[in-house]
Ligand binder design. Structure first.
Ligand SMILES: Nc1ncnc2c1ncn2[C@@H]1O[C@H](C[S@+](CC[C@H]([NH3+])C(=O)[O-])CC(=O)[O-])[C@@H](O)[C@H]1O
Ligand SMILES: O=C(O)C(=O)Cc1ccccc1
Length: 250
């Protein structure tokens, strides 16, 4: 299917409201995220590769903030059939669309089950997990709730299990912040977004998406208990970190 082009912020809005994952966004989401997040396709492809390494037989996999299931569907190709992948998202329109997509895809015995949950990832019960994905989702969670969420992921993971965390990141150094922000906007412009679209979306995201520095993410992951915290990808102001729970942990 050819993705519908994102034109949500093309015309001037009288008042730009806070960004929401509603029906209109869901309709254009694959195009929006591909043209807005530098490295998105590479990150997804590496999530598939990492799932091959980390997903263990008879365990749970969690895709937190799964949107339309891009990561879920790739991980399913690499997961043992006795696993369960849980896609969790609190946007009703996203969850509905993903459920339709899964219902329409032919069921085969050689893939594991996928369960889609319409739920807040904060407080969502997780257990017996070998691999957890937070791909561009933590950035939308209230900063005060992020520590508890990361701790709960750590507790749900089996020894040797891993969390993949991708985020839009910020920088303490104002020159670096401004340079990488400009490079991100150049990326969007090169992908066909106008200055008006870029600026209206920026306003819409101001209160909704709160980037933190790599140092803050690193510290939070270490504090939760992760023995190995490895940033493995950065493109402009987007980065991805792999955090692994020690094999000899409890
Ligand atoms: N509290 C919450 N609880 C559950 N879901 C939430 C919450 N807050 C936000 N979301 C959901 O997190 C997703 C973020 S998009 C993830 C891309 C995907 N991971 C991908 O690999 O394509 C990234 C982006 O749009 O930049 C949306 O679907 C929200 O509804
Ligand atoms: O568009 C942006 O500026 C972003 O930071 C990424 C994004 C992509 C899709 C939905 C919301 C934010």
């Amino acid at each position: 299917m050819i993705p519908k082009r994102d034109q949500i912020y093309r015309l001037p809005h009288d008042r730009v409201g806070d960004f929401t994952f509603d029906e209109a966004v869901v309709d254009v989401f694959p195009d929006m995220i591909a043209r807005s997040v530098p490295g998105y396709a590479s990150i997804l492809s590496m999530i598939e590769q990492l799932s091959y390494r980390f997903v263990r037989p008879a365990t749970n996999v969690y895709d937190l903030g799964c949107s339309l299931g891009a990561a879920t569907l790739l991980m399913r190709r690499q997961s043992p059939t006795d696993c369960v992948i849980h896609g969790v998202d609190n946007a009703e329109a996203m969850v509905q669309r993903l459920k339709i997509e899964l219902a329409n895809s032919p069921r085969s015995d050689d893939v594991c089950d996928v369960i889609v949950h319409h739920a807040d990832i904060c407080g969502f019960p997780m257990t017996n997990a070998s691999f957890v994905v937070l791909n561009l989702t933590l950035q939308f969670i209230d900063i005060e709730k992020r520590g508890e969420l990361i701790n709960s992921i750590y507790q749900a993971l089996l020894p040797g299990g891993a969390l993949l965390l991708s985020e839009k990141i910020g920088f303490d150094d104002p020159a670096r912040q401004s340079l990488l922000n400009d490079l991100h906007h150049d990326f969007k412009r090169a992908n066909g977004y106008s200055d008006l679209e870029i600026s209206q979306k920026r306003t819409a995201l101001e209160n909704r998406l709160r980037p933190e520095t790599m140092e803050t993410h690193h510290e939070r992951l270490r504090e939760a208990g992760f023995g190995c915290v490895a940033p493995w990808f950065q493109c402009f102001n987007f980065a991805s970190i792999l955090a692994v729970k020690d094999v000899e942990s409890r």
